[in-house]
Design a protein around this ligand. Structure first.
Ligand SMILES: Nc1ncnc2c1ncn2[C@@H]1O[C@H](COP(=O)(O)OP(=O)(O)OP(=O)(O)O)[C@@H](O)[C@H]1O
Length: 589
């Protein structure tokens, strides 16, 4: 839903009217109503409600309605102040916790959990008692007591985003932790944070009213709605409106905060986009001292563009052990070569490809005897120059472009990153370059499309935009991890055509991962068949039917229908037990 349609919805209109009303009261209330609110007029004391004085007068003859209007400024400013304290504190704590090393992070989240288990109101009372009863100390007490809740929310949201493909991809091209947080994580969690902050504001308002009512908030002669409530409660049986009036103000302001929170929720590209735009300056390749760039030399004839030898990838198990998911895979990709990897789900295809790109997370335990990309030794810590080379020469196309394109940034912003940051182009040149890349993958009206967000693209267009992103550099290798699995057959053909054209235009090598052995053999030069973390067979793509000898490869091929297949019969399936025992014999695992 766009901002426009949100604002025109009933809750949007209510939010706008409410915000304008309370804004007016905050600015003009004390100017317009101060005289009636604060001038004592003893002959008029304790008057009953009337048209002229809707809530009656207090024991000094002051108009209670005017006092409620004047109190709006203090009540709302204190509420906003406390909300800002808890929001900023929570965002800072939550985001810093996400980038801490694992053990310190556990401590930080453990502390949060302890604070969250502690009753919130007790914490507020604790701080107000320590700092003394005043409006400011109440504001900080409420604000600080709200930090753990906000920090937990930020931490959870940021953790869920930090594992996304686009964050991993940003890491590999050298965006530092602060850049990742500000540019890729914060914009994607900003929307729920805004919503939560607005919703928290109504609770904060009630807390202020409560504290002032208890005599721990705003002190006389100052007054907010809570204090007025306290003054009126003593006469509740004589003049109920003296207490109900300030209560109505609290309820109305709370409703406005709730409407604002509803209007903020579910808007795309607005709140998040705004934060993203403000954050654009945060993109910078990480500079690490003491790391020499690998000297750049053209590849010798026959030298692979990427190579990984005896790759083993393991993960820790809950019982403290380790489970190996990739068991000694070796892969050598020559310039311009198209290599397919097929295998059942969980056979280790993606792990192998991610390891090749240096994109596996810190939870993966990786061992290799050699790992190079275009002459860069990937087993060493990479220098900023190496990372820049990777950003320009390595393209990734993932299965789900919705998780690999950053939803908070326009397509243009994402496609100009490599030309601007790594190819050092000016913003205008980078945009023209990105538009050309979009056109190269068959997206019409590219300049306009660059200003759109990923959700405004169809699935096939998003996938083509991902391929276009790879083309904005000078790709030597494109890793396409099941790029067509989520697409229907027609769109699948278009995307395969675009990938093929990208390969012939740039001369890049491609590693193409799929479950679909027919698709892989039609597209690739060579096919690796994987099962249970092992490459069980390597075949010439043109001759897989003739050359396949391994039982698992033969079983995969047997599942393919051909001109002689009886279409009235169900397709054969690979019996798991038979295949497993045959494999055990074959590969000795
Ligand atoms: N971060 C992780 N932690 C623990 N196990 C993991 C992790 N990532 C992958 N695995 C496991 O490693 C195995 C291989 O995963 P991988 O993603 O390479 O499979 P795949 O062959 O690409 O499968 P699919 O075709 O379904 O994507 C799977 O059993 C998976 O559960």
């Amino acid at each position: 839903m766009t901002w426009r349609s949100r604002l025109l919805s009933p809750s949007g209109i209510a939010a706008v009217i409410g915000v304008l009303l309370f804004l007016f009261l905050t600015i003009a209330g004390p100017v317009l109503f101060l005289a009636a609110a604060e001038t004592s007029n003893v002959p008029d004391r304790l008057l009953a409600p009337s048209l002229a004085r809707p809530f009656g007068t207090d024991d000094l003859g002051r108009d209670i309605f005017s006092r409620v209007l004047v109190a709006a400024r203090v009540s709302i400013l204190l509420t906003l102040g406390a909300t800002v304290v808890s929001t900023i504190g929570g965002i800072a704590y939550g985001l810093i916790a996400v980038i801490l090393p694992r053990h310190v992070r556990r401590l930080a989240t453990g502390l949060l959990d302890i604070l969250l288990a502690f009753p919130w109101l007790l914490m507020v009372l604790f701080f107000t008692v320590i700092w003394g009863a005043s409006a400011m100390s109440a504001m900080f007490a409420i604000g600080i007591s709200g930090i753990p809740f906000m920090a937990r929310l930020v931490y959870n949201l940021a953790s869920s985003v930090s594992g996304r493909d686009y964050v991993r991809a940003a890491r590999v091209v050298g965006v530092g932790p602060i850049g990742i947080l500000v540019r890729h994580i914060l914009p994607n969690i900003a929307n729920p944070l805004f919503v939560n902050a607005a919703a928290t504001a109504s609770v904060t308002l009630l807390s202020f009213a409560g504290l002032s009512f208890l005599g721990l908030g705003v002190q006389a002669p100052e007054y907010d709605w809570g204090r007025l409530l306290q003054d009126g409660i003593t006469r509740i049986y004589v003049n109920p409106l003296a207490a109900i009036g300030p209560g109505i103000a609290v309820v109305l302001a709370g409703l406005v905060f709730t409407f604002v929170s509803e209007a903020l929720s579910d808007t795309r590209g607005g709140g998040r986009g705004a934060v993203a735009r403000r954050a654009l300056g945060a993109v910078a390749p990480t500079r690490r001292a003491g790391m020499a760039a690998t000297p750049r030399q053209p590849l010798a004839v026959g030298e692979p563009v990427a190579e990984i030898a005896d790759l083993r990838v393991a993960f820790a198990t809950a019982d403290g052990g380790e489970v190996e998911r990739v068991k000694g895979v070796s892969l050598r990709i020559l310039p311009g070569e198209v290599v397919g990897i097929v295998g059942e789900s969980g056979s280790g295809k993606s792990l192998t490809a991610m390891a090749l790109a240096g994109l596996l997370g810190p939870d993966a335990r990786i061992a290799t005897t050699a790992h190079t990309f275009d002459g860069i030794d990937m087993t060493r810590p990479l220098s900023p120059v190496d990372r820049s080379t990777l950003g320009v020469e390595l393209g990734m196309v993932f299965q789900d472009p919705l998780t690999s394109l950053n939803p908070a940034l326009t397509i243009g912003r994402q496609l100009t990153e490599v030309p601007e940051v790594h190819l050092k182009m000016s913003r205008t040149d980078a945009r023209a370059h990105a538009a050309a890349a979009l056109e190269a993958v068959g997206i019409a009206d590219a300049p306009r499309r660059l200003s759109q967000y990923p959700h405004q693209f169809s699935g096939g267009m998003r996938q083509r935009a991902m391929i276009g992103q790879a083309l904005t550099g000078r790709p030597k290798l494109i890793i396409a991890d099941e790029p067509t699995t989520a697409l229907d057959v027609t769109v699948q053909r278009q995307v395969m055509g675009v990938l093929r054209r990208a390969q012939t235009d740039t001369g890049a090598a491609i590693v193409f991962i799929s479950h679909d052995i027919a698709l892989v053999s039609a597209f690739c030069d060579r096919v690796l068949v994987m099962k249970d973390g092992v490459v069980v067979e390597e075949l010439d793509a043109q001759r897989i039917r003739e050359d396949a000898t391994h039982p698992y490869s033969r079983a995969l091929i047997a599942c393919l229908p051909d001109m002689t297949s009886d279409r009235t019969r169900p397709l054969p399936v690979i019996p798991p037990d038979v295949a497993a025992s045959a494999l055990a014999e074959e590969v000795g695992v």
